[in-house]
Design a protein around this ligand. Sequence first.
Ligand SMILES: [Fe+2]
Length: 398
Amino acid sequence: MILYYKLRAFIVTWLLRLLPRQAPIVFKGPDSMLTLAEQAAVLGFTKVILVTDGFLAQSGLLDGVQQALRDHGVDHVVYDGVRPNPSFDQVMEAEALLDREGCEAVIAIGGGSVLDAAKMAALLHTNPGPLRKFDGIQKAKNPPLPILAVPSTAGTGAEITLAAVITDPDTHRKIPVVDTKLIPSYIALDPNLMKGLPPGITASTGMDALTHAIESYLATSSVPSTEVQAKAAVRLIFSYLSRAYQDGDDIEAREAMALAAFYAGAAFDRTSVGYVHGVAHQLGRVCDTPHGTANAMVLPEVLEAYGDNVHVRLAELAMVAGTAVTGESIEQQANGFIEAIRRLRAEMDMPLKPESLDSQAIPEMVAETIKETGALYPVPRYLRRSTITGLFEALLPE
Ligand SMILES: [Fe+2]
């Protein structure tokens, strides 16, 4: 069975790596979203749709972008109906609006849910539905409307990834759409948009980015270019996540975290992730635990479960994170890195267990973790069923 999993993960990751993709143009720094708005005019668009959520639309944070579009002669309409875990209806509503209004491009401003819904609306506009037919890898024939993305959180990396997840309202199943055409053409990493993020969301999204970077670095599919990106993300997160958590207005920390999430996203987009995500997806599905928080609950424990297979790699990350101590053995450096993740988690007061978890749910969660991880992820070591069960059992209430 492990041989089958290895072969499957090898094929999937090589497919991801070989698919042709265009590198997006990235603007970064305070007010870079205004530069992105100006870019819409440079590209010759006369009308665009701005896809966002209700909170951002009401917050006043988008006033600058909207004014910049007007100043540069680009008309726009706003779709602000995206909610967490977007379903087909939100994608179809956004697409219907952009179709009715004759929009020529999609500007997505928001967190991972907004970016996913906007990407899918752009794809649906040029590829007839139904949406469930895009389930899988490279199912769309035509390029979408141009996508310009501005992430409002530093975590998912959705601004650079080739994936979108949307929920089928009939089956409640999350449909993963993997298509290089979903990669936005233009991206703005604007820390001004992230200043208002509450500490809890800063922690959760930041730990998601850290998990992307570490799982990418440990993946058997990692290559020099993704290793550089993963290391850069780890370095930035260990230097700046605490600062962004302590002081949301720390623009330098916000900008560094935006860059970290982007690098981590670029890295795992090529390599895929590992068991931490396999477990976290079950905690999200069954316990409604926010994704980054769920990752943080099991990240150190999964790294320990990988054992000495990953000590050299973790020692390398310990060097860039600044947690390695001169004279320590490789094993000590690796363990020191794992302990540093635990300290970071504790500093940010992150919950260590889901709000509720029933022991009777665990066998099915373990089976789903094995299925997901085996089918998709090039992990450095396949864990025993009993080990995975232990990861979940440790999350049961006292
Ligand atoms: Fe993630």
